[in-house]
Design a protein around this ligand. Structure first.
Ligand code: PMV
Length: 288
């Protein structure tokens, strides 16, 4: 008996960190994913996969019995890089479990069941990553007082996204906690990030203006202390190579920079020339 499920990776176009504190955010799924295969076995639960570290084991042990399972995790998402690898894993596991039980879950049920796993990873997640991992596509998201407000957008981007990898791992739980500790001093910056999100939604069809907005979003993220020299340098690299705009994506402190471009080729070329890992990303619009 085997059950399998997948969760999408994601990029946050606008609004990370502010979304933890009740502001809106805009994110989209990318065609990179985590797959979990679950099989019943005799004996202790075994979790197998390339990126299975102690954090993964701790998080999965919150939902899996200590005996009786083989769990195989495979993923083409970089771990700890702001592309939602933990949420994708949580969603994939929830789906695999449901498949094994013959259940078909709607995205809201997947979200509800995956959130405790994401909490085990990150402490105080907004739920944005889990929502995108479960649904795919482009989402406007807000952590409302009565639960998540999720609005799928029917967006087709007429621009390319290039992801530049800092090669460093950011610790989401620590970064989120560090941002929280700076409140209320940084509240005006969080509010400004939140207000950019509504504008970004209006500008999805106007990439030059959206690019400028992403640069402002990056500057604000630097203002709340989650960027670093490496990420700033990657943003500058992308702009020099012709991007309309660029910003760190995800929790920061490492992870990736997302660049918006008409033509990804010069950015990819320049990144590779400088020894920076870079890839062109495609929007995943189909729910898994
Ligand atoms: O770095 P990631 O992929 O875990 O994204 C974190 C996004 C934050 O807004 C910083 C946290 C959250 O829970 O929304």
């Amino acid at each position: 008996m085997t059950g399998a499920g997948i969760g999408w990776g994601k990029l946050i176009l606008c609004g990370e960190h502010a979304v933890v504190h009740g502001h809106p955010a805009l994110a989209f799924a990318v065609t990179r994913r985590t797959r979990v295969r679950l099989e019943a076995r005799w004996g202790p639960t075994a979790i197998l996969g390339e990126h299975v570290d102690d954090r993964v084991l701790d998080a999965l042990s919150t939902v899996l019995e200590p005996e009786g399972w083989t769990v195989r995790v495979d993923s083409d998402l970089p771990v700890g890089r702001g592309m939602g690898s933990s949420a994708a894993l949580a969603v994939a596991l929830v789906r695999a479990r449901a498949a094994l039980a013959g259940e078909v879950l709607d995205p809201d049920s997947v979200f509800t069941r995956a959130m405790p796993i994401e909490r085990a990873f990150h402490g105080n997640p907004s739920g944005l990553d889990v929502a995108v991992a479960a649904r795919g596509g482009v989402l406007a998201y807000r952590r409302g007082p009565a639960g998540p407000e999720i609005r799928p957008l029917n967006a087709h981007f007429a621009w390319s996204v290039v992801v530049l990898d800092s090669g460093e791992v950011g610790n989401t739980a620590e970064l989120v906690a560090a941002v929280s500790r700076q409140r209320p001093g940084i509240d005006p910056l969080l509010e400004r990030i939140g207000s950019l999100v509504g504008t970004a939604e209006q500008l999805l069809g106007d990439p030059p203006a959206l690019g400028a907005l992403l640069l402002e979003n990056h500057a604000l993220l630097r203002g709340i202390g989650v960027s670093n020299d490496r990420l700033d340098a990657l943003v500058a690299l992308a702009i020099r190579a012709g991007a309309w705009g660029a910003k760190l994506a995800g929790a920061g402190g490492g992870g990736v920079v997302l660049a918006l471009a008409q033509d990804p080729a010069p950015i990819l070329r320049e990144a590779h020339r400088q020894g920076v890992r870079a890839l062109s990303c495609t929007l995943a619009t189909e729910a898994p």
